[in-house]
Design a protein around this ligand. Structure first.
Ligand code: FAD
Length: 476
């Protein structure tokens, strides 16, 4: 049999594909990469980077308006969305060279810009070039799911792929979807001066999170003036961008109309599996998802799948983690390597809501024996100093005190969850968090204080009486 041209061919140059390509080349593999659009993928162009950049500008505008909270004279800015979006574009431009074809070529990757497909179980064709390889990695990501609502497309509905191209004013934005992306963008646009209405068929925001935690974010959104229409389906959209009217139907069947200028669809994602020649490659699909095993191997053993297109959680850090797992198998032949099941995430609203492992509700629903320990930010000195006291942390342990999950809603929750991620990954106990010294005054001490609740729980009147007796103490 002829020797394949490459050790690894990667299809898709986003978060997952680029890590496979760069890592493979660094380890000495001969790697080709195929990208049909722009290297960097969703995260760089339409996802994490632009959204978090926009959120920062929105945060500054909000802080200026409410500066009196920190004893500074407040000022009501009138943000110019075009300028804010130029800043977003500038941040993307600054990062882009890291992901560029030139950089990857300099790393030794054979970069092919174009649209291709499998022409055999061991060959992918792009720009008329046939690439054969020992291992293929499908890393084609996902795209926004468009809803079949009459008039939605004609109204110039935005998605995350077009939102950051906006340069005009957005007086009133309707956001369809109150999940993480919808919530982040609803708050950002509200803070940047838009009226914002959110429509969702769900009964509340962030339905994946415990209701008491999502409620902290929801209350803040209401305070800031975001309007919600829950348990509402959309009957139709009329008009064009700049002047749109949406007819929604509530749970009671009553119809009402919302007049707005722009509509953003943030109602789920669809895996990019089309036109890849997957049938020719022997890669099976099930309900639009690529079938893969616990090792990320598709039904063609030489083809792996990583990132959003693999189904499951859709995060940049998970795509990168998948990439490492595939490299271990493709390069080092560690065929037992499997992705970690400990996957953290964060919704970057203000306050942030971050989680790892099962939530309290999930532990209950799944019948997992567990205990929950909480601690509120208003008892953390640093949170008081920062004037950011809303929210709390929840640790979920097994009955022996081993940490199985954690969730934090509050300031910088996305940073604070990292300690719990390590603890859950390494099977640590709440007592490990309690006994580790945390710098004072830090927000991170909320992790220790929540864990301390477990230690305090052991102090029953009986155990206290024994301690007093054994050690000859005189207190009450
Ligand atoms: C608004 C928004 C905000 C987000 N914020 C966060 C966040 O804060 N944190 C986080 O972790 N995640 C976030 N995400 C999710 C994150 O962007 C994705 O999980 C991540 O980009 C997935 O990486 P990937 O490699 O699977 O796909 P992508 O990074 O999307 O890369 C896929 C690549 O494949 C290419 N491609 C597609 N089809 C083909 C084909 N047929 N041939 C060749 N190439 C092809 C695409 O052009 C693209 O470059 C956000 C997503 C959105 C939409």
């Amino acid at each position: 049999m002829a020797r394949p041209d490459f050790d690894i061919v990667v299809i898709g140059g986003g978060a997952g594909g680029l890590v496979v390509a760069a890592g493979g080349a660094a380890l000495g593999a001969k790697v080709a990469l195929v990208e049909k659009h722009k290297m960097g993928g969703d995260c760089l162009w339409y996802g994490c980077v632009p959204s978090k950049t926009l959120i920062k500008s929105a945060h500054v505008a909000h802080a200026m308006r409410h500066a009196d909270r920190w004893a500074i004279p407040p000022h009501a800015p009138s943000p110019d969305l075009a300028k804010v979006m130029e800043r977003v574009a500038g941040v993307i431009r600054g990062i882009e060279p890291n992901d560029s074809p030139e950089r990857f070529r300099s790393l030794g990757v054979d970069v092919n810009l174009g649209d291709g497909k499998f022409v055999a179980p061991d060959a992918f064709e792009v720009n008329g070039r046939r690439l054969t390889a020992k291992t293929f990695v499908i890393a084609t990501g996902s795209r926004p799911a468009m809803l079949p609502i009459p008039g939605l497309a004609e109204a110039g509905a935005l998605t995350n792929e077009t939102l950051f191209d906006l340069r005009e004013d957005v007086p009133h934005l309707i956001v369809i979807g109150s999940g993480p992306i919808g919530s982040e963008m609803a708050q950002a646009f509200r803070r940047l001066g838009s009226e914002v209405s959110v429509v969702d068929v769900a009964p509340r925001i962030l339905p994946r999170e415990d209701a008491d935690m999502a409620d902290v974010v929801y209350r803040r959104m209401l305070e800031e003036g975001v309007r919600y229409h829950f348990e509402s389906s959309i009957a139709k959209v009329e008009g064009k961008r700049g002047d749109v009217r949406m007819t929604i139907k509530g749970k009671d069947g009553a119809e009402r109309s919302i007049a707005a200028t722009h509509v953003l669809v943030a109602a789920g994602r669809k895996a990019n599996v089309e036109n890849l020649g997957l049938d020719v490659a022997g890669v099976q699909l099930d309900k639009g998802r690529i079938v893969s095993d616990a090792r990320l191997r598709t039904t063609n053993p030489r083809i792996y799948v990583v990132g959003d297109v693999a189904g499951g959680y859709q995060f940049t850090h998970l795509a990168e983690h998948h990439a490492g797992i595939v490299l271990r198998q493709a390069v080092f032949k560690l065929f037992w390597a499997k992705p970690s099941t400990v996957v953290p995430w964060c919704t970057y609203t203000d306050p942030e809501l971050a989680r790892v492992g099962p939530s309290e509700d999930e532990a209950k629903q799944q019948g997992i024996a567990h205990k929950v320990y909480r601690f509120a930010f208003d008892e953390i000195d640093r949170a008081r100093a920062e004037g950011e006291t809303e929210g709390f942390a929840k640790l979920v342990t097994d009955p022996s005190g081993r940490l199985i999950g954690a969730a934090i809603v509050g300031p910088h929750a996305g940073e604070l969850i990292a300690e719990a991620v390590l603890a859950v990954t390494k099977g640590m106990k709440a007592s490990d968090l309690s006994s580790a010294i945390h710098a004072y005054p830090t927000l991170a001490s909320i992790n220790r204080r929540a864990a301390d609740q477990r230690q305090k729980e052991g102090l029953t009147p009986t155990s206290k009486a024994w301690i007093k007796r054994i050690f000859g103490l005189q207190g009450a």
